[in-house]
Write a protein that binds this ligand. Structure first.
Ligand code: PHE
Length: 454
């Protein structure tokens, strides 16, 4: 089904207000990317210089591309695939542009498969840590605990299953009753808990060393691969390039400002990301662990400190609950675009959700096993999980971003874009246009080509 663009609302439903759209988009953006991934990739890539490149990408790429993606969604009012198709027809361009949408939903599907596994780790720590089942008397003990966990595919798989079940239950209920009700609780809860954790970390950790590590750029520590990872992360953490924001934009009120919303979403995600760094690194330096610990960083550093501090059991529980909220909020954004497409093709929402989640759950087994049985299977020095992560975040999302920029900047008619963005300040509009037409595509391509060639 390819309905006409410019419908007032989407067949899938609508957010019940402006604030809800911002809350929903922010809860898609704020996730494991901000709290779990950013700290460990900062650690692996040497700190301050990497952070600077990442923040530069947020400003130059995330802002204009997020506006473009939301704009396409709101004008198309459908899933990514059919929004691209409808707007291409409207612009008298080839309907093959739908393939950009297809690429997006498939990328989201691949990400979901491993995202749910990591979400499962969080769920596991939320239950095990307060019960004393994840011993972390010191850094060495915490590492043994994590290694034992990684060594058990059955256990990782069980938590992954539980995580995915909840995602399916939320998305199944639809935009208003599922997604919206979930983000109303998840997002505010997360912000409150994060501030509490940062305060504790500042009191008990090595705050000054952490601030120096995150904010003092040392460019001798930065590699080209670091630049590719920083750029990839600016897409991943903002949910740009696979259609999540496009789908959420399709349910957005007609007269809400896309530019203002974008600034809010990006500000919230950036704030949470920096706060997560400020929560994590003081504890890393205080416990004598290495910042370059990798994906396990959060699971070895924090428990050590939580266990040592008075009331730490509660704080630890609160922390993992917060990360879990963030992860669920993002995971529903990974399912929604694909689910909406299947619904447009005639499936019921329940069936679409179940089929997708079941398929991503099954594919998740690859990630589960890449931490144990298949750890030795490597492609170019990367385990299967690392490969999935690298290709989706650092290649597919940026490529999706280039195509999105070209579509919004060159294919869509200027008058329609202007009307949809409805920006009062002409200078800012022109700056946006230069950014999506020229700056973003060329910057992304240069980083990708130089980075991938070596
Ligand atoms: N932005 C999410 C995070 O930071 C991940 C995500 C990517 C969610 C793409 C939806 C779409 O964890």
């Amino acid at each position: 089904m390819t309905a006409q663009p410019q419908q007032a609302v989407s067949i899938h439903g609508a957010w019940s207000g402006r604030l809800i759209f911002i809350l929903a988009a922010a809860s898609s953006a704020v996730g494991l990317g901000s709290i779990w991934k950013l700290p460990y990739i900062i650690g692996q890539n040497g700190g301050g210089a990497f952070v600077l490149v990442y923040l530069g990408c947020v400003l130059l790429l995330s802002v204009p591309l997020m506006m473009a993606e939301i704009m396409i969604g709101r004008r198309g009012r459908q899933s990514p695939v059919n929004s691209f198709a409808a707007l291409a027809i409207e612009a008298k361009a080839s309907s093959k542009w739908r393939w950009v949408g297809v690429l997006g939903v498939l990328t989201g599907f691949l990400i979901l498969s491993y995202y749910s596994v990591i979400g499962g780790w969080v769920l596991a720590w939320l239950v095990k840590f307060p019960l004393g089942l994840a011993p972390a008397a010191d850094a060495a003990t915490a590492k043994v605990t994590l290694d034992d966990f990684f060594a058990s595919p059955a256990e990782i798989f069980g938590w992954h299953t539980l995580f995915m079940l909840v995602v399916a239950l939320i998305v199944m209920r639809g935009v208003e009753r599922g997604l919206e009700q979930a983000v109303r609780i998840l997002m505010p809860g997360l912000l409150i808990l994060l501030v509490v954790v940062v305060a504790y970390s500042a009191m008990y950790g090595n705050f000054s060393e952490a601030v120096a590590f995150i904010f003092t750029p040392d460019f001798s520590q930065l590699t080209w691969n670091g630049v590719v990872v920083a750029m990839g992360h600016s897409f991943f953490t903002m949910s740009i390039g696979m259609g999540a924001l496009l789908a959420y934009g399709a349910y957005m009120p007609a007269h809400q400002s896309i530019a203002v919303s974008t600034v809010w979403i990006i500000a919230i995600d950036t704030l949470v990301s920096l706060l997560a760094g400020l929560a994590m690194f003081p504890l890393v330096f205080a416990s004598g662990l290495s910042p370059a610990e990798g994906p396990g960083l959060m699971f070895v550093t924090l428990p050590v400190v939580f266990e040592a501090m008075p009331g730490g059991i509660f704080l630890g529980g609160a922390f993992f609950l917060m990360v879990l909220f963030a992860a669920w909020g993002s995971a529903i954004g990974l399912v929604e675009p694909f689910a909406a497409w299947l619904v447009e093709r005639g499936a019921s929402r329940v069936r679409a959700t179940l089929v997708l989640c079941a398929a991503a759950w099954a594919l998740g087994i690859v990630t589960v096993l890449s931490f144990n049985i298949l750890a030795g299977v490597q492609v170019g020095g990367r385990t299967l999980y690392e490969l999935l992560d690298y290709v989706t975040a650092n290649v597919l999302l940026p490529v999706g971003g280039v195509l999105l920029a070209i579509f919004a900047g060159w294919v869509m008619k200027d008058t329609r874009v202007m009307k949809e963005l409805a920006m009062k300040n002409m200078g800012l509009y022109l700056a946006w246009r230069v950014a999506v037409r020229v700056v973003a595509p060329s910057l992304i391509l240069v980083v990708l080509i130089v980075g991938l060639l070596g």
